[in-house]
Design a protein around this ligand. Structure first.
Ligand code: NIG
Ligand code: FE
Length: 430
């Protein structure tokens, strides 16, 4: 019998199972608070999928005694986090600039003096593909330990035909290695590199005529992103790039309205981008346009926090207007060096007025839809992939409440135990 060949695991007696069961589309407005919570819940995993989920006694009644069990007493079970915006692959760090900011310099001033993204580009170009792979692989362990099971990863610190392809190959190797599921995004349009300073249009031509065809031919990216902001690319440049990317079959994401209001959010709406990310300076009219076009808003409060800003994106206005909101880390060396989704949830609740339930929806099912994977991951429903985490908490709200503490005990990806804190602690003691 097929059933006997499948690995089964019955996770039972959880204080709460957060299922996120609901309509098969991004959650908007009041729906963002509907977690499909089950007290004293259970999840049955068969192979790599969720075979049953519900109250522990109901699920247990249908099971043979021989099935492997995991007692989740005192734990909350929820879908693995989906981090829909990261810049995972880079060499070096920006601690010097971090200290300069602590001494009063702004991110923009540092970038204007040749630092910022360009600092990381210099360090990243000097690193080999293998070195970058090892660095990123090590960081992926941090993501996993904080409960992330799927993440989007952008290129963007190579900024030449060869160097961007090098980064995408690193990301593809990480994707092939697993266990985390990775979604690839080309961000050659991060800033104009030094060598094209005098001729910006030549850099755009390189992306459009050389890099995009290379990337499309090798199937190296699923999405295209552009940093449309002061000091980066204008709305007109972004439009040209996005249209070219779309013509090569890439889907669109945009860094929009982070440092200044430029009109990038409107452009995202006009071109039907999947997401507009950051949105710190978005206006009411922009919000209406995003809602109308069905563009999802990826909010990145880690960047505001790390830059010491107080003007967080207007999450409440976006939710009230019916824009599906997503939360992500924006993991990068310049503005948000955190791999921790729980920390992002804490910031969403304390700095943007999102409720804990809205924050969890934004970090799981909505994030999954923003990566076109909502049919498969982001909720615990029968038939979906068994990507789930067990947290040391008796109430899901403990996750954003105990900020700065990692409550994640165990992580399952495609039904397999891929992180177990008890084992890591044991290995540390040995
Ligand atoms: O998302 N805004 C552009 N990109 C990153 C920052 C990258 C960097 O400073 O290295 C961001 O915040
Ligand atoms: Fe970013």
């Amino acid at each position: 019998m097929v059933e006997q060949r499948l690995r089964s695991l019955f996770i039972h007696s959880a204080a709460q199972v957060v299922t996120l069961a609901g309509p098969r589309r991004p959650r908007v407005g009041r729906e963002m608070e509907e977690l499909g919570l089950i007290e004293n819940g259970a999840v049955l995993i068969e192979g790599d999928i969720v075979a049953a989920v519900g109250p522990a006694d109901e699920v247990a009644a249908a099971l043979p005694d021989t099935v492997k069990r995991w007692d989740a007493r005192g734990l909350v079970v929820l879908p693995g986090f989906v981090d829909a915006h990261t810049h995972l692959v880079f060499a070096g760090d920006r601690v010097q600039e971090f200290e300069l900011r602590a001494r009063g310099l702004s991110y923009e001033e540092i970038a204007h003096r040749g630092g910022g993204i360009r600092t990381t580009v210099r360090q990243t170009r000097a690193a080999s593909e293998d070195e970058l792979f090892e660095l990123a692989r090590h960081r992926l362990r941090w993501f996993l330990a904080h409960g992330t099971t799927t993440l989007e990863v952008k290129s963007g610190y190579g900024l030449s035909r060869q160097e961007e392809v090098k980064l995408l190959r690193v990301i593809r190797r990480l994707q092939q290695e697993g266990p985390l599921e990775i979604v690839l995004t080309l961000l050659a349009a991060h800033v104009v590199p030094e060598e094209y300073e005098a001729d910006r249009s030549a850099y755009l031509r390189m992306i459009i005529e050389e890099l995009l065809p290379d990337v499309a031919r090798e199937g190296l990216a699923e999405y295209h992103d552009v940093f449309c902001d002061v000091g980066a690319f204008t709305v007109e440049e972004a439009r040209i790039l996005m249209e070219a990317a779309r013509a090569h079959g890439l889907k669109l994401r945009v860094h929009a309205e982070q440092l200044a209001h430029t009109g990038a959010a409107r452009l995202a709406a006009e071109l039907g981008a999947r997401t507009a990310d950051h949105l710190d300076r978005v206006t009411e009219a922009d919000i209406a346009a995003l809602a109308e076009a069905g563009v999802m808003a990826v909010l990145l409060p880690g960047a505001c926090f790390h830059l010491g800003r107080r003007d967080y994106p207007p999450a409440r206005k976006l939710i009230e207007a019916g824009v599906p909101v997503v939360l992500a880390t924006d993991f990068n060396p310049g503005t948000s060096p955190t791999p921790s989704m729980p920390m992002i949830l804490a910031l969403a609740c304390t700095q943007m007025g999102m409720t804990p339930a809205e924050a969890i929806t934004a970090a799981t099912i909505n994030a999954a839809y923003s990566l076109d994977r909502g049919h498969r991951v982001g909720s615990l429903e029968v038939g979906k992939q068994a990507d789930l985490i067990l947290c040391e908490a008796s109430d899901y709200r403990h996750i954003p409440y105990f900020f700065g503490v990692n409550l994640v005990r165990a992580v399952f990806k495609r039904g397999r135990l891929v992180y177990d804190r008890a084992r890591e602690e044991q290995a540390f003691r040995e």
